[in-house]
Design a protein around this ligand. Structure first.
Ligand code: NAD
Length: 367
């Protein structure tokens, strides 16, 4: 590709501004050319914030625009499927936020549509890009932990109990903590340990969220604010995952407590969001020790990003855009793709089914 990859943002809200636009601006191979959002006032602000002139309230205009090569979809969950299909039909490469769809069927259709058209596809599973997660993965696959036996993750946030906006509508969000937070952990657990083949899960809701942050009454939440699962992996390991937005005392500058570990036959390695440039490591008979992540794991391969710039728990998120553009310019699959998004979605669906039936469920492998 001779010219820069021309990217449009669809959904100009929080995650677009926090993760993706800074990532595009850091990448000399890419150019942010347009934004789409139904909120005209937000679009007017983004024209200045993001230094763009082309904006629209209709994603179909982006899908049909021959001067756009790729899109990043950052809209509420119920719109991911129709917007992705329209953009793929218009020949755009697509990175879509998680959860990829509202259910496995939607996610599977998105994966198949991208594959059939030979377009690049990526699911925005952010935490795969944390330096400590990348280093932990390297140690695991290099055999330094021995045979991986247990995976364990805890995502504990101390959020206010006021309204979550669209996130608390079942129709718009699909589920709460499960689709918002735990689905990331499902993804990286599978990346580390293999496919989850059998699971039992549960969800719960404690906060009614019938007051807005401004103190106005609103419709109560319809979704979970706690989710958990136990799983068996196809490579023989086992996993336990838990997430909540109601863990009082776990504020930690808004980043919360985000812990994931693998216990292997030789050693344990731990990722933590609050210190993403170190991991905890320990062998049999030792106590876990803090180890610096080596330089080559601090940024995505080839990225010009300076890892010393910015807040470590924030800046690795810019590498998502680097990976998306790398897949496009190098003509290779982006990782994680829609296949990984669909696979995580199958497990998340399984958590809801398992809890409803109070039983273990088998997770379909075929995409
Ligand atoms: N990967 C991560 O770590 C991460 C973090 C936060 C959010 N997310 C995901 O990103 C998505 C957006 O979350 P957010 O926090 O930015 O939400 P947000 O509410 O801040 O922004 C969503 C934006 O989409 C716009 N929108 C709604 N319908 C649209 C449509 N049809 N076309 C174009 N724009 C439309 C809204 O007006 C809003 O500005 C969600 O799917 C969420 O799960 C992922």
């Amino acid at each position: 590709m001779s010219q820069r990859v021309r990217i449009a943002i669809i959904g100009a809200g929080a995650v677009a501004d926090y993760h993706h636009v800074p990532g595009i601006h850091l990448d000399p191979r890419a150019e942010l050319v347009a934004a789409c959002d139904p909120n005209e006032a937000l679009l007017a602000k983004r024209r200045g914030d993001w230094n763009i002139s082309k904006t629209t309230t209709d994603y179909r205009a982006i899908a049909a625009d021959p001067e756009i090569d790729a899109v990043i979809i950052c809209t509420p969950n119920d719109t991911h499927h129709p917007i992705t299909l329209a953009c793929l039909a218009g020949g755009k490469h697509v990175m879509c936020e998680k959860p990829l769809g509202l259910n496995f069927k939607e996610s599977q259709e998105m994966f198949r549509a991208a594959k059939d058209r030979g377009l690049r596809h990526m699911t925005a599973f952010t935490y795969r890009f944390a330096p400590s997660m990348r280093y932990l993965r390297h140690l695991l696959y290099a055999g330094s932990l021995g045979t991986p036996r247990h995976f364990r993750s805890q995502r504990f946030l101390d959020w206010p109990e006021t309204s979550w906006g669209w996130r608390q509508s079942k129709k718009l969000a699909g589920a709460g903590d499960l689709f918002d937070m735990t689905i990331h952990r499902i993804d990286y657990a599978q990346d580390l340990m293999g496919r989850m083949v059998s699971i039992t899960g549960a969800v719960a809701q404690f906060a009614p969220r019938n007051i807005t942050p401004q103190g106005e009454p609103c419709s109560p939440s319809e979704v979970d604010d706690w989710s958990a699962l136990i799983c068996l992996f196809d490579r023989g390991g086992v996993g336990v995952l838990e997430g909540t937005t109601l863990a009082k005392g776990y504020h930690y500058d808004g980043f919360g407590h985000d812990w994931a570990e693998v216990n292997g036959s030789e050693a344990t390695a731990v990722y933590q969001l609050k210190e993403p440039n170190t991991i905890l490591l320990g062998k049999h008979g030792q106590s876990l020790q803090k180890v610096d992540v080596p330089r080559e794991f601090l940024v995505a391969p080839g990225s010009p990003r300076d890892p010393a710039n910015g807040v470590p728990s924030t800046v690795f998120r810019y590498d998502l855009a680097w990976e998306f553009v790398s897949g496009i310019v190098e003509g290779r699959d982006c990782v994680p793709g829609f296949d990984h998004g669909a696979s995580a979605q199958a497990v998340a669906d399984g958590v809801l089914e398992s809890f409803e039936k109070r039983t273990w469920v088998q997770i379909p492998g075929a995409l």
